[in-house]
Design a protein. Structure first.
Ligand code: AMP
Length: 193
């Protein structure tokens, strides 16, 4: 594998599918950055920044944060060319078709290498979210987020499959097994290019 730059990866999957955990492991394994829009928005709310506090109201209800707020945090990160140079694993973004198109525009010639769909059944993610107990992990919010995943985010699976960027990974193994399968998919992608 000749790799002169970091991989550019998107992690798709329902909330509670393990994107955060796997994103962090991938970042340290490949020396790339883990960019979680949920985390960026939560940090911005904790810091008392107005846009972050606006975002928190949506997050606590289990709704999607409006695109202008999300795009501001994403564009700010990608304004630093190193983000693209080191490579990144995007976790929780894009979540809508519009965000996917915006991501293409931001990346320009530095197109994505691979989109990983972490596949975990709904009953399992519901139990995981309940156990996690974050501010936004109420039953109501969990239900709303899963419905939004189906209507807004799931169509991105086809969007990226059509572009031959999709790898579906069974997210039901142990953390190590899932991680191994993702690393294999990334390695295969670079070997093929
Ligand atoms: P996460 O940390 O990925 O579970 O995201 C937590 C919450 O942040 C979501 O339920 C949304 O309210 C918000 N959020 C994170 N990423 C996005 C995004 N790309 N678009 C809209 N809302 C987002």
């Amino acid at each position: 594998m000749t790799q002169t730059r970091g991989p550019r990866i998107v992690l798709l999957g329902k909330q509670g599918s393990g994107k955060g955990t796997q994103g962090e492991r991938l970042a340290s394994n490949f020396g790339m950055h883990h960019l979680s829009t949920g985390e960026m928005l939560r940090d911005s709310a904790d810091a008392g920044i107005a846009a972050g506090l606006d975002a928190k109201a949506y997050m606590d209800r289990g709704e999607l944060v409006p695109d202008d707020i999300v795009m501001d945090v994403v564009e700010e990160r990608f304004a630093n060319p190193r983000e693209v140079e080191y490579g990144f694993v995007l976790d929780g973004f894009p979540r809508t078709r519009q965000q996917a198109l915006d991501l293409d525009r931001i990346l320009g010639n530095n197109a994505l290498d691979l989109v990983i769909d972490l596949d975990v059944p709904t009953e399992v993610v519901v139990e995981r979210m309940r156990a996690r107990g974050r501010d936004d992990d109420t039953d109501d919010s969990i239900r709303r987020r899963l419905a939004l995943y189906d209507s807004e985010t799931k169509p991105l699976v086809d969007f990226y499959r059509d572009r031959s960027l999709l790898a579906t990974i069974d997210g039901m193994g142990t953390e190590d097994e899932v991680f191994g399968a993702i690393v294999d998919a990334i390695t295969a992608r670079f070997a093929a290019s």
